[in-house]
Design a protein around this ligand. Sequence first.
Ligand code: GGG
Length: 355
Amino acid sequence: RSLATPARKTLRIGLIPADGIGREVIPAARRALEALGSDLPKLEFHNLLAGFDLFTRTGTALPRETVEVLKNGCDAALFGAVSSPSRKVAGYSSPIVALRKELDLYANIRPVASVAPDPKGKPAVDLIVVRENTECLYVKQETLTQTESGKEARATRLITEYASRRIGKMAFELALARPRKQVTIIHKSNVLSVTDGLFRETVRAVPQLPEVAGRFDSVGIAEQIVDSAVYRLFREPEIYDVMVAPNLYGDILSDAAAALVGSLGLVPSVNAGDSFVMGEPVHGSAPDIEGKGIANPLAAIRSAALMLRHLRYEDAADRVDTAVNDVIREGHTLTRDLGGKSSTDEVVEAVLRRL
Ligand code: GGG
């Protein structure tokens, strides 16, 4: 489901590189957008701050100004990556989780598709993971108490009918526009019958909602327990078209699916709401390669294309995707995660030459 495109004179894009290789791949995505010339309105970029690194320097991971500029001065945004620590840090909370909530970007749409035929003849992968983006364990309500037998940690997992219904509608809309038209609901309601049960039932009931009035009659519905879905994803990924999942399962499944198409460095996403869209590569901040100039920029460039597609600049998005796919297929200019030796800049130049 794309936002309607107003006749814009200017397209205002917030750039939030945040941490690690986000600072290398977001400028790469900007260059790809700039190379599109008259396919787009005049571009206006706003460089915005967020991240754990910012927090360690200033005590703030997501400045109010970043949120306000995004809400009031941007049409869309690109986010890089964030390196939240695995331990609790007083006063810190993940800025990407907060941004998704602040901007009500309730759907994380993660397409995973093979570009070239598999050398061993495995079937092509062409699926979208649609991850609910605002609830589940990511409401981050955790407590730690001391009991007689030691520490006890608890987390609240929130699943609402409201959020499950809107992510379900998004999944059906996406499936409707695809050749196979198949939604698979991912859950674990054999164990979590209340929370995952509500997610499953609510998404299943979407085609019967009065407001959709038969719109999704041509879309097939399947469902799969999450652990079995991971198994089948690796054994027979070609069976999946649109997979819709609560936040945590969707996060894990989309990273796992990236392994099927060569690298996490290739997989884009958008965080989408009803009035804003933010592109974001699925990969993280990769501190091990940060600053070395070898990060794969293609996931970020594809995320920019996905953002454009969502804003209804389909031709511009197609040009970017074609250029990226050609670079991958030709195989001469690839970063190390894909078995090449090229630098980030060399890959960006290769894409720009094809634009
Ligand atoms: N671009 C995706 C990304 O940054 N992934 C790492 C991640 O999910 N981090 C969560 C966090 O650090 O708060």
